[in-house]
Design a protein around this ligand. Sequence first.
Ligand SMILES: C[S@@+](CC[C@H](N)C(=O)[O-])C[C@H]1O[C@@H](n2cnc3c(N)ncnc32)[C@H](O)[C@@H]1O
Length: 208
Amino acid sequence: MINLYRKHIFPYLLDKVSRKLNTDRQRILPFLTGDVLELGVGTGVNFSFYSPNINSLIAVEPDAALLQRAAKQKAVLEVVQADKFYLVQGDGHELPLASNSLDTVLCCLVLCSIPDPLRALSEIYRVLKPGGHLVLFEHVKSEHRVTHAFQQVLNPVWRPLACGCCLQRDTLQLIKQAGFLTDDLLIYRHNDLPALVGTMLEGVATKP
Ligand SMILES: C[S@@+](CC[C@H](N)C(=O)[O-])C[C@H]1O[C@@H](n2cnc3c(N)ncnc32)[C@H](O)[C@@H]1O
């Protein structure tokens, strides 16, 4: 039953829900440049928003069922763009990539789901070139006391249903701890999302 949920129902739900954020994707994605890594691509919902000017995209995803859907998204892109996309079944805790090799990493609604986000951030730091950019669009812990309390209470029920997603991560703190410069990051309340997942961290963290 759990396998059925993970393989068929969760990918379907994820696709439906995350398409609601297409306006945000449209705002953020076209500015990514160079050799890019997207961590936890899920169903590949971001693929169509990348600029034709990127050099390459390495799309990492640990879940085989999600990666299969991502392959279908890649297949509908223009061939010149699709040829730059490399889909890799892999884990953000241990990226199969050389140190100092990438210009940009995108984390879009993924640091909430990675079991050890600090380890993944250290890996991202390692693979980015000095001056490289970590672009973020993440839901994080609420700054509102009551909502944060709800996030804490509901997290044990939410987490297994959302395949590991944590409601109340202090992702900004983790990014600072990993060594990034965080002047260009913003925390705000997203109007179209429910309060439990509606506090967003958006912007660019830089590897010094
Ligand atoms: C909420 S989904 C977001 C998917 C997609 N980025 C989006 O914008 O809709 C979280 C994603 O994180 C992925 N994930 C979970 N653990 C991971 C890990 N250790 N390394 C990389 N990705 C991981 C999940 O498989 C899933 O695709």
